[in-house]
Ligand binder design. Structure first.
Ligand SMILES: [Zn+2]
Length: 268
């Protein structure tokens, strides 16, 4: 709506392509600085010939090619952080939010600025997601949980699908907040090796590998990736509390995710 680009940063010269995404959900924006801090630490380690999470940064960047998309929902994030406080887009979002008085505004906003949930947009059980959300009363633009009029109708989700097709990753990581859990399956579909990778991520973070709850099992980026490519994809639900998590939680979040971020480039 605001015509802003989604930025992707690619680094590394290796064959093992890994796609990292964060802030598909507006009030989970703390995952964006998580990717930036990983990038910073990886580049620092590389330039000093050092290690990151015990791994040689030079060897990592020789083995892997990383694509980082830290901010999938830039407009929604601007709304939640208070960067956007006036104008047509803001008023339209406030008008949508006024239909949901139980959801704090803007703190409860997960969607893009038009009220489409960007992580319920992908063609992997999208119709099922639509039915589940409609049964819960969400049939149109909302602060969260509206699947949109059609799969990939939102430009942000469409761009992420196109990026994935072009980059062709061996593994996908999607960073979200709430729960300190790792989702690693799509329905009954279990990718060979994914269970072991989830166990590795759990061991280095203390987060628990989980089956995705049924109502949240469809139309997400990771769901679509697993179904389409039959390769391992993981949703990392960082932190615990109420979204948006305060920045005071960031050091802990960063400490617990560094192993996942680093080993994510190496486990496939
Ligand atoms: Zn999320």
């Amino acid at each position: 709506m605001l015509g802003r680009p989604l930025w992707a940063l690619t680094l590394g010269a290796g064959e093992n392509r890994v796609l990292y995404s964060a802030a598909h959900h507006a009030n989970e924006w703390i995952t964006a600085p998580l990717l930036f801090s990983f990038l910073e630490e990886l580049c620092e380690s590389f330039s000093s010939g050092g290690t990151i999470f015990g791994q040689s940064a030079a060897e990592l960047l020789d083995y892997a090619r990383l694509c980082l998309v830290p901010l999938v929902d830039p407009d929604g994030v601007d709304l939640v952080t208070g960067e956007l406080q006036r104008g047509e887009a803001f008023e339209s979002a406030r008008s949508i939010a006024s239909q949901y008085p139980g959801v704090p505004f803007p703190d409860g906003w997960k969607a893009n600025i038009r009220g489409t949930d960007l992580n319920l947009q992908y063609p992997a059980g999208w119709e099922t997601a639509r039915e589940i959300k409609a049964a819960a009363g969400i049939r149109g633009p909302a602060p969260a949980n509206y699947v949109g009029p059609a799969p990939l109708s939102a430009p942000e989700s469409r761009a992420m699908a196109a990026l994935c097709r072009r980059f062709d990753p061996a593994l996908l990581l999607a960073f979200h907040t709430q729960g300190e859990v790792i989702y690693w399956r799509f329905g009954d579909l279990e990718i060979p090796g994914a269970r072991d990778i989830a166990a590795t991520f759990a061991a280095v973070s203390g987060y628990s590998p989980e089956e995705t709850p049924y109502a949240a099992s469809f139309a997400g980026y990771r769901d679509w990736f697993i179904q389409t490519y039959r390769r391992p994809g993981f949703t990392i639900e960082c932190g615990k509390g109420v979204s948006p998590l305060p920045l005071t939680d960031f050091p802990e979040l960063r400490r617990r995710c560094l192993g996942i971020l680093t080993l994510g480039a190496l486990v496939t």
